[in-house]
Design a protein around this ligand. Structure first.
Ligand SMILES: [Zn+2]
Length: 344
């Protein structure tokens, strides 16, 4: 942070709390594809949330066809044993005793661990084995395909960059946002998608009418209230400039939810070791998706192998202390939360 450069001519107010005051400025390199571009971020004075100073006019350029959530074909990714494992993880997390999920969460396979984290989030939001789920910003629909393979009825992914599609499992993919779909859902999920949106308050408010009685929303996203941001600053991998238009603090997420008509019911940290090795690699100028990255060739960086136990321990410690670099927020409609509080 460089407080000497205040005030920045930020073009939009804090998307979390709505305040326009700026407490600091940070120049962040694009680190996923190594485009060489740098983007200025500012820190909100009241809530500490980071936001890009100027939203790029050509945001679509930063989501090329090989962007990870667009490039994958759900049917191909989850065919055969992979699909059976995904279904078993979902059934275990949403209705079973959780043993399969607990085992799979230790798998050396990043996609499997990602699915486990997503399923844990859904379980925290109260999803059972027959829950209806709307996945906002769900990319090509891998998660909803896994949910449908496990027997959940017609889960729907909606994404502005997605091609509309009905998957053979019964899951559906639609183009757009929460406000553009019909129906009601037990859980409306934003898995690492809200921070990509220009109007997160509008997106969360648009999800309210989609909620079935007694339902919950869940928001999983990175948070600037983390030791990783304090440790790595502009090199912190989860800044993901310019795709992450904002990265909220925990106070910022509370303010954002309140402005959209929701109340935070619970928060659980779910940072992974990516916060350590990804940030360190970023500092060395290795793009996350480059062939030299641990993301592409996990067996190559031998130094990283030696550090991994230490990073795993540090990540567990950060999560326990509620200082991980990402978390899962469970939200209830503010009106329902108020009724519950009054009834106590
Ligand atoms: Zn703010």
């Amino acid at each position: 942070m460089q407080p000497a450069r205040i005030p920045a001519d930020a073009s939009w107010a804090c998307p979390a709390c709505g305040d326009a005051r700026v407490a600091g400025v940070l120049d962040v390199r694009e680190g996923m594809f190594g485009s060489g571009e740098t983007f200025t971020y500012v820190r909100c004075a009241p809530c500490g949330t980071l936001r890009i100073a100027h939203v790029p006019g050509d945001l679509g350029r930063h989501y090329p066809p090989h962007y990870y959530s667009r490039a994958v074909d759900p049917v191909r990714a989850l065919r055969g044993p992979a699909g059976r494992l995904a279904a078993a993880v979902v059934r275990s997390g949403l209705g079973g005793r959780g043993r399969v999920l607990a085992l799979a969460a230790r798998a050396p396979h990043r996609e499997v661990r990602g699915l486990c984290a997503a399923v844990r989030g859904l379980a925290r939001a109260g999803a059972g084995p027959r829950a209806t789920v709307l996945d906002v910003g769900g990319g090509a629909g891998v998660l909803v395909h896994a949910l449908a393979l496990a027997g959940l009825p017609s889960p729907l992914a909606v994404d502005p960059y997605a091609a509309p599609r009905a998957l053979p499992s019964g899951a559906r993919v639609a183009a757009g946002d929460a406000a553009s779909v019909t129906g009601r859902f037990d859980v409306v999920a934003f898995h690492h998608s809200l921070e990509h949106m220009v109007d997160p308050v509008g997106a969360l408010a648009g999800a309210l009418p989609r909620l079935a009685p007694g339902g919950r929303a869940l928001v999983r996203c990175p948070t600037a209230s983390s030791r990783a941001f304090a440790r790595y600053g502009a090199d912190w991998v989860a800044l993901d400039a310019p795709r992450h238009l904002f990265v909220p603090t925990r106070a910022g997420m509370e303010a954002l939810a309140a402005r959209a008509g929701w109340a935070v019911e619970a928060v659980a940290d779910d940072a992974t070791t990516l916060q350590c090795w990804g940030s360190r690699q970023n500092r060395r100028g290795v793009a996350l998706m480059s062939p030299a990255s641990r993301m592409r060739t996990p067996w190559r960086p031998r130094v990283d192998w030696l550090r991994m136990p230490w990073w795993a321990w540090r990540t567990r410690r950060d999560n326990r202390a509620c200082r991980g670099d990402q978390a899962c927020w469970i939200l209830r409609p503010a009106a329902a939360a108020k009724r519950t509080t009054e009834g106590l």
